[in-house]
Ligand binder design. Structure first.
Ligand SMILES: Cc1ncc(COP(=O)(O)O)c(C=O)c1O
Length: 404
């Protein structure tokens, strides 16, 4: 008789986006003439940049030709893409990453969820609260998190690092030493980040305590301030304690095209074993590569035309972020984020819960956002708006919120 992985049964239902969808559908049914604007989900809306589209077409044509046809991609990804990444994402920032430390994947969700597989069962993880839920849920599935307490919404064997107004929405070094530390800067959902000096403190802490940092830099392209690191490897000593995960979703609009990569430096070791060799083994065994045409599209991101077009595209969303941030501030809200990230995190007014504010915003402004409590207990009393809508909708949404 087969048995299931009972850890899956421990997962509390994640009703966040389905509850939002249900509430919005009910509102639309009751108010069919109202135009609802969504600044809720973290998905992009701009079409792929022309340089990327051109490269996609060219790569498709290559596949039609016997000489150009490609079958399985190399395990780690095509070297033309890994070389472009090493050159433009790292060398250009003074970081030396070799191409056999770069693993091409179908995105940061898969990598941030799968990476825990190369670590032992008895590692204790530390996460920010609020948090991108994938880090915790995948560790639950692996049986690493203990028991769930519905009252506190916490797992017994997870170290939580609250990111609240009091901490500047940044985590503080935990008092209990973790083995694995998940960090995401710029952050989803709070839109905040930390300076390079603060990140250096985390790197020093990890090296000293023997912890490994899993660094999710999916929103790196949104950094506008000079004192913020684009890669954790800009910090001294990071190669002996950190894995970095990157995505093409938000810097190049690949949410539906799917491309990302993970860097596992060869200096990162447990005894004599390199994590690079473990991830290479895992990748080679369980993943059969990102399509050639998508990797070609990814390489177009690093061409001069691609870079210029994407600067404009990211700038479009950054302008939206500023409109939301400034507009809400003007309207008297307490807001953060939005400066180095496409997310604006606002404190709900009048001590409303996140869901109460959701209802108010939907009913009075016809705007949809995401209740902060859906990302963890420390998100209660907060609300996330995204800059990924169209410019026109963003302006209209902010006007409506101001009139509320
Ligand atoms: C923090 C964070 N990491 C990873 C992802 C997923 O990225 P990808 O589209 O590359 O899977 C997201 C997407 O919203 C995210 O917010």
């Amino acid at each position: 008789m087969f048995k299931i992985n009972e850890n899956y049964l421990k997962l509390p239902g994640s009703y966040l986006f389905s509850t939002i969808a249900k509430k919005v559908a009910a509102y639309k049914q009751a108010n069919p003439d109202e135009a609802v604007i969504s600044l809720g989900i973290g998905d992009v809306t701009r079409p792929l940049a022309p340089a990327i589209i051109k490269r996609l077409h060219d790569a498709v044509d290559e596949m039609a030709d016997e000489a150009g046809f490609k079958g399985y991609a190399p395990d780690l990804g095509y070297s033309f893409l890994r070389e472009a990444i090493a050159e433009h994402d790292y060398k250009a920032r003074g970081v030396d990453i070799s191409i056999d430390e770069i693993f091409i994947s179908d995105g940061a969700k898969s990598d941030s969820g799968n990476i825990q597989e190369i670590f032992g069962q008895d590692n204790k993880i530390a996460v920010c609260d609020p948090v991108y839920p994938v880090y915790v849920d995948t560790n639950v599935m692996a049986g690493r998190t203990g028991t769930y307490d519905a009252g506190s919404e916490r797992w017994s064997d997870v170290i939580y690092m609250p990111c609240t107004k009091e901490t500047g929405f940044a985590p503080e070094l935990p008092s209990e030493t973790p083995d694995l530390i998940y960090l995401c800067f710029p952050n989803n959902p709070t839109g905040s980040t930390i300076t390079k000096d603060q990140l250096q403190e985390w790197v020093d802490y990890a090296n000293k305590s023997g912890a490994c940092i899993i660094y999710d830099a999916a929103y790196e392209a949104y950094i506008t301030e000079d004192n913020v690191a684009h890669s954790i490897y800009e910090c001294e000593g990071a190669k002996t304690c950190a894995i970095e995960i990157r995505s093409f979703s938000k810097n190049a609009g690949f949410t539906g095209t799917r491309l990302g990569f993970t860097v596992v430096p060869k200096e990162l070791k447990c005894g004599d074993v390199t994590l690079n060799s473990l991830w290479a083994r895992r990748h080679g065994t369980k993943f059969n590569g990102v399509p050639y045409i998508i990797q070609q599209a990814g390489a177009a991101v690093y061409t001069p035309e691609g870079k210029a077009q994407l600067k404009e595209q990211v700038g479009y969303y950054q302008r939206n972020a500023k409109i939301i941030y400034d507009g809400l501030k003007e309207a008297g809200y307490s807001v953060s984020g939005g400066v180095n990230a496409p997310y604006i995190w606002l404190e709900t007014p009048d001590n409303m819960t996140s869901w109460e504010f959701f209802d108010k915003l939907l009913n009075e402004a016809k705007v949809v956002g995401t209740p902060g409590s859906g990302f963890g207990p420390s998100g209660e009393g907060y609300f996330r708006l995204t800059a990924f809508g169209t410019y026109e909708n963003t302006v209209e949404a902010v006007d409506r919120i101001k009139r509320m």
